[in-house]
Design a protein around this ligand. Structure first.
Ligand SMILES: NC(=O)c1ccc[n+]([C@@H]2O[C@H](COP(=O)([O-])OP(=O)(O)OC[C@H]3O[C@@H](n4cnc5c(N)ncnc54)[C@H](OP(=O)(O)O)[C@@H]3O)[C@@H](O)[C@H]2O)c1
Length: 308
């Protein structure tokens, strides 16, 4: 069970859409919730909504205006945070302005999309993990150390499949998935085992203001291939938040929020075509038997390295 009762949770990108729904659900679970985003108006609104959802008097519910692409601001905030952070949700991102075929978007969009998705995730995770590492190294009180700390990334189905229109977005979400794999492994260096747990969600389409802005610029081909021609085929942000929390309750590492995404996730070669289909298929089958042994060996080596 993902029990955040009485614990401090940061929701980076939590004033709107999915982050907002997660923040409110976490308030409902009794967590102390700190929502981070830029626009003060949206922060004031989520603060009011969190107050209305509070389940006990002692709950700390606050907001912080911060640009998550500014590594210095982010690091100052995290280092100045006086309570122990138990979970970090990274939900900022999207592609409402950068949608389009690769040759139609600007170089600035390529950079901006990487910043708004990957860097908003990487910078705050970097700052929080450094604090956690120091806590784990210094802690004298075992019970404080043994509490699991969680990082929850938000990737996308677009990280796993190529759909023209997402040329700037898909690579930024694939980078988040790759960072999750890296940090899951590196977190094994820190003792006691399981003290830092990494999770990565892969939502498909869900309806938010950003989604509708994205739709208004999206190439038709993109809508046809992903099945959103009539703005259909999605979930509400609240449903996605509940599915992510259910995945965390079940202790999942990767959390696809629909069947289609689950299938894509398990088709590791993903959108890349096969050069020798039959041989590649056999290779895939063989690798699915062999990799668990190599993966376990990697985990063991990293954990041993941490113990040294
Ligand atoms: N909607 C979909 O169909 C869909 C599908 C798959 C994955 N996703 C992913 O799910 C996540 C949430 O999507 P959403 O539609 O809920 O997005 P959203 O409604 O646009 O909410 C994004 C949140 O992040 C904040 N934010 C954005 N850039 C920030 C920055 N530089 N610094 C601080 N805060 C920042 C926004 O507030 P401010 O703008 O005020 O800062 C807002 O609170 C995104 O990562 C998106 O890529 C969405």
């Amino acid at each position: 069970m993902f029990d955040m009762q009485g614990k401090y949770v940061l929701v980076a990108g939590g004033s709107k859409g999915l982050g907002r729904e997660l923040s409110l659900a976490l308030v409902g679970r009794g967590a102390h919730v700190i929502v981070i985003s830029r626009s003060q108006n949206a922060l004031d609104k989520i603060k009011m909504d969190m107050e209305a959802a509070r389940v006990h008097e002692q709950q700390v519910l606050s907001t912080q205006s911060l640009d998550l692409t500014n590594s210095e601001e982010v690091s100052n905030f995290v280092n100045g945070f006086e309570k122990q952070i138990s979970a970090l949700f990274c939900t900022a991102g999207g592609t409402d302005e950068e949608i389009g075929h690769f040759t139609d978007i600007s170089a600035t969009s390529i950079q901006g999309c990487m910043e708004k998705n990957y860097l908003t995730t990487a910078y705050i995770t970097h700052a929080v993990m450094k604090v956690w590492k120091a806590e784990l190294e210094l802690a004298e009180e075992p019970s404080r150390v043994q509490q699991s700390r969680h990082i929850v990334f938000t990737a996308s189905t677009a990280a796993l499949v190529a759909v023209p229109g997402y040329a700037a977005y898909s690579p930024s979400k694939a980078a988040i998935r790759s960072l999750a794999d890296m940090l899951r492994l590196e977190s094994l260096m820190y003792s006691p085992a399981g003290s830092i747990q990494v999770h990565c969600s892969f939502p498909g389409t869900f309806y938010t203001d950003s989604f509708y802005r994205e739709q208004s610029r999206k190439p038709d081909l993109c809508k046809e291939l992903e099945g959103t021609v009539n703005d259909e085929g999605g979930l509400t942000a609240g449903e996605v938040a509940q599915r992510i929390l259910a995945g965390l309750d079940a202790g999942c590492y990767f959390i696809p929020t629909d069947l289609q995404t689950r299938l894509l996730l398990n088709n590791m070669r993903g959108p890349s075509p096969r050069d020798s289909p039959l041989i590649d298929w056999f290779m895939g089958l063989a690798a699915s038997f062999i990799w668990p042994f190599i993966g376990t060996y990697f985990d063991w080596r990293v954990a041993r390295y941490g113990q040294r």
